[in-house]
Design a protein around this ligand. Structure first.
Ligand code: FAD
Ligand code: NAG
Ligand code: NAG
Length: 585
C-alpha cells in the first residue's frame, strides 16, 4: 500500500523542501529514488501477476540473453551460446530479445564473454511488457507510477547511447507493433501518399512495402533500425535527405501514449507542441509512440558512384588531400543532387557512394568529374564504379544488404559534430588536419554523411544547425569483445577526451552541434550540442506532457533532475537551474 503524506524531505541536493511524496519513496539519507529488485518496497509477485493479467499475459521476466552460456544456468546450451557470441556485436539477436540491447558500455558484465555467470541483470530491465495495444503501454505507465519503478522503452535496442536500457526497470517493448499500411493522406498541409507504420516497423519492412507500391520513404543506412523509435524521433539521416529532408521532416502524424496514460494523436494541427517535440527532439522522452505516419514519395532510379583506395604508393599528405579536394567540390555535388558518404579507417578511403536519386549515370559522371580529375592529378589510383538501380529498394538491398539486418556491427561508440558550410568555405585545410588527427588517434573510423537539407514543410525540433550543415562527421570505435573492457574503455576515453574536443574546435566550438543519436553525454554542454536553440522549448513541452518525469533517458530533454547512482535512478539537483519537474513521482 502506498501511503501519501506531507513530509519534509531533507536532501543534500535540494536543501529542505516540502512536498507530497509516498513515504516509502524516500530512501535512507533522504534520497528520492526509484525502487530496485531486492528493496522491501519492490512490487510483490502478486502485484506483478496482476499487471500480467492486465496486459494479457505479455509480461516477461528478464533472463539475460547470455545466460545460456553458463553451466549453472538451467538453460545452459553450448551450441546456442556460440550463436549468441557470434551475433553479439550485431543487431539481430538484441532486436528480437525483449530486454537485450546493443550499447557495450551499458552491457557491463551481462555480455556472453564473461568467465563467470553474472550475479545481477546489470542494466537490463527487470520486466518487459510485450506491447501490442496502446492499453498495454498505458498499463505499464500506470504501474511504474504507482510502484515507483523506473520505466524504459525499447524497440530494437540499437541505440548507441544505451537510451533503451535501464537497470531494474519495467520496459515497454514496442518491437511487435508491426502494422504497416499505405494510404492517401489528406490534411491542411499535405495531400498525397503516406505510410502508416507501427512503432516496431524496421527500415527494410517499410522500404519493401513502399517499393511494392512504387514509393519510397526516408530511412538510414542500417536497414534494421526502428524507424518510428529512436531514428525518426532523433532526426534520422540517410541518402534521401537532400531531396526530401530528414526522417523527422517526413512525419505527418504520431499516435502516442502520454505520461497520463492517454492515447493522443499529434499532428501539425492537433497537439502541435507534442508533434513538434517528437519530430527531432529525442526519443524516450515525451511519450510512448504507437505509430507514425510519414510522407511517401514516388520511387524512381537511384544512381551512385563509389570506390575505395589506399595509401599504397602515395604519401599520407596526398591521401588526406583527397578529402580536402572532396570538400571543395561538395557544394557543386549537392547542387547536382548528390549526397556523399565517406568512411576512412587507417589507410583505406572508402567513398561509400555519392548517391543521386532520380538521376542517370551520365549525370553522375559529369557531376563527379572535376573531383575525380583532381584525384588522378594527385597520383591516386582508384576505379570508380557507376551504378544505376531501378528503385530505391534495389539500391538499399545492394548497398546496405544483405537484408534484413545489413552487414554492420552495432557494438559501436561514436562522437559526432555537424560541420557548418562556412567551415568548409573558410577552414577546409584545418578541417582536413582535424580529420587526419582523429583518424590517427586510435583504431577509429572517421565518417561523413553530407547534408544539404531542404527546408522542412512543417517546423519541428530537429537541431536547427542541421539546416546549415554541409556534413555530419561521426568518429566511431568498434567495441572489441575479445579485448578486456578496460582496453575498450581506454579507447573510448581517447575518443571522448582527445578526438571530440578536436572535432569541436574546428566545427564552431560551443556554438556547434552533435547528433543526439550518434554522440555522447560526456561533453560539458551536451544538451546545447544535441538540442541547440530548441532546448528551452523542449523542456517546457516536457514539463507540460510529463511534468512528473515518468519517461527518463539520460540523454533526453528533462533528464537533469535525475541521475543513475550505483544502478539506481535517483533525484538530484536540477542542473543549470533549469526547473521543469512540477511534482515528484
Ligand atoms: C548499425 C547502426 C547504423 C545506424 N545508422 C544510422 C543512420 O544511418 N542514420 C541515423 O540517423 N541513425 C543511425 N543509427 C542510429 C539510430 O538512429 C539510433 O540507434 C536509434 O536510436 C535507433 O532507434 P531504435 O528505436 O531502433 O532503437 P532502440 O534502442 O530500441 O530505441 C532508441 C531510443 O528510442 C526510444 N524509443 C524506442 N521506441 C520508442 C517508442 N515507440 N516511443 C518512444 N520512444 C521510443 C528508446 O527509449 C530509446 O531512447 C544507426 C545505429 C546503428 C546501430
Ligand atoms: C504472464 O502470464 C503468462 C500467461 O499466463 C505466462 O506465460 C508468463 O510467464 C507470465 N509472466 C510472468 C512474468 O509471470
Ligand atoms: C559496471 O559494473 C560495475 C560493477 O558492478 C559498476 O561498479 C559500474 O558502475 C558499472 N558501470 C556501468 C556503466 O554500468
Amino acid at each position: 500500500m502506498v501511503r501519501f503524506t506531507k513530509v519534509l524531505v531533507a536532501s543534500l541536493a535540494f536543501g529542505l523542501i516540502e512536498t507530497t511524496v509516498a513515504i516509502q519513496h524516500v530512501l535512507k539519507g533522504g534520497k528520492v529514488c526509484r525502487y530496485m529488485p531486492g528493496d522491501p518496497e519492490w512490487p510483490s509477485v502478486e502485484t506483478w501477476n496482476k499487471l500480467n493479467e492486465t496486459v494479457g499475459g505479455r509480461l516477461i521476466k528478464t533472463v539475460a540473453l547470455s545466460d545460456i552460456c553458463y553451466e549453472s544456468a538451467s538453460t545452459y546450451d553450448a551450441g546456442k551460446c556460440e550463436d549468441i557470441k557470434n551475433g553479439w556485436a550485431f543487431t539481430e539477436i538484441h532486436a528480437r530479445d525483449p530486454g537485450s540491447f546493443n550499447s557495450p558500455i551499458l552491457q557491463n558484465g551481462t555480455d556472453p564473454f564473461q568467465t563467470e555467470r553474472p550475479s545481477s541483470l546489470g542494466n537490463l530491465p527487470a520486466y518487459t511488457i510485450d506491447v501490442r495495444t496502446w492499453k498495454d503501454a498505458a498499463a505499464g505507465i500506470k504501474f511504474a507510477k504507482e510502484n515507483k519503478v523506473r520505466l524504459t522503452i525499447k524497440n530494437t535496442g540499437h541505440d548507441l547511447l544505451g537510451k533503451s536500457a535501464g537497470a531494474g526497470s519495467l520496459s515497454l517493448w514496442t518491437h511487435k507493433l508491426k502494422t504497416l499500411t499505405a494510404e492517401d493522406y489528406e490534411s491542411p498541409r499535405y495531400t498525397g501518399k503516406a505510410i502508416r507504420m507501427g512503432a516496431g516497423i524496421q527500415g527494410h519492412e517499410a522500404y519493401e512495402l513502399a517499393a511494392n507500391l512504387g514509393l519510397r520513404v526516408v530511412g538510414g543506412s542500417c536497414p534494421s533500425v526502428g524507424l518510428a523509435g529512436g531514428y525518426t524521433q532523433g532526426g534520422g539521416h540517410g541518402v534521401l535527405n537532400n531531396i526530401y529532408g530528414l526522417a523527422a521532416d517526413q512525419v505527418l502524424e504520431w499516435e502516442v501514449v502520454t505520461a497520463s496514460g492517454q492515447l493522443v494523436v499529434a499532428t501539425p494541427e492537433q497537439n502541435k507542441d507534442l508533434y513538434w517535440a517528437l519530430s527531432g527532439g529525442g526519443p524516450g522522452t515525451f511519450g510512448v509512440v504507437m505509430s507514425m505516419t510519414v510522407r511517401a514519395h514516388p520511387d524512381g532510379p537511384v544512381s551512385e558512384v563509389s570506390f575505395t583506395f589506399t595509401d599504397a604508393g602515395i604519401s599520407k599528405d596526398i591521401f588526406w588531400a583527397a578529402l580536402e579536394k572532396f570538400h571543395t567540390h561538395l557544394s557543386s555535388l549537392h547542387n547536382a543532387g548528390g549526397q556523399a558518404i565517406i568512411a576512412i579507417i587507417d589507410n583505406v578511403f572508402m567513398l561509400n557512394g555519392v548517391t543521386f536519386p532520380d538521376k542517370d549515370i551520365k549525370h553522375v559522371k559529369t557531376a563527379i568529374k572535376p573531383w575525380l580529375e583532381e584525384l588522378t592529378e594527385l597520383g591516386i589510383q582508384f576505379q570508380p564504379q557507376f551504378t544505376t538501380y531501378p528503385t530505391y529498394f534495389a539500391f538499399v538491398e545492394k548497398r546496405y544488404g544483405p537484408l534484413p539486418n545489413g552487414p554492420y556491427p552495432s557494438s559501436q561508440l561514436s562522437v559526432s559534430r555537424l560541420i557548418p558550410r562556412e567551415v568548409i568555405e573558410k577552414d577546409n585545410h584545418q578541417l582536413t588536419k582535424a580529420f587526419r588527427k582523429a583518424s590517427e588517434a586510435g583504431p577509429f573510423f572517421v565518417a561523413l554523411t553530407s547534408l544539404h537539407l531542404p527546408n522542412p514543410a512543417v517546423e519541428n525540433s530537429v537541431n536547427p544547425l542541421f539546416r546549415t550543415a554541409a556534413t555530419l562527421w561521426v568518429t566511431t570505435m568498434m567495441w572489441d569483445f575479445s579485448a578486456p573492457r578496460s582496453q575498450n574503455l581506454a579507447a573510448w576515453d581517447t575518443l571522448v577526451t582527445e578526438v571530440l574536443p578536436m572535432m569541436k574546435e574546428v566545427t564552431g566550438g560551443d556554438e556547434g552541434a552533435s547528433y543526439l543519436n550518434e554522440g555522447t553525454t560526456r561533453q560539458a554542454d551536451w544538451r546545447g550540442a544535441f538540442f541547440g536553440g530548441n532546448l528551452e522549448r523542449l523542456e517546457e513541452i516536457k514539463g507540460k506532457w510529463d511534468g512528473e518525469g515518468v519517461f527518463w533517458a539520460e540523454t533526453g530533454v528533462g533528464s537533469a533532475g535525475w541521475k543513475v547512482e550505483g544502478g539506481r535512478l535517483c533525484r538530484v539537483d536540477k542542473e543549470g537551474g533549469r526547473s521543469w519537474l512540477k511534482t515528484e513521482l
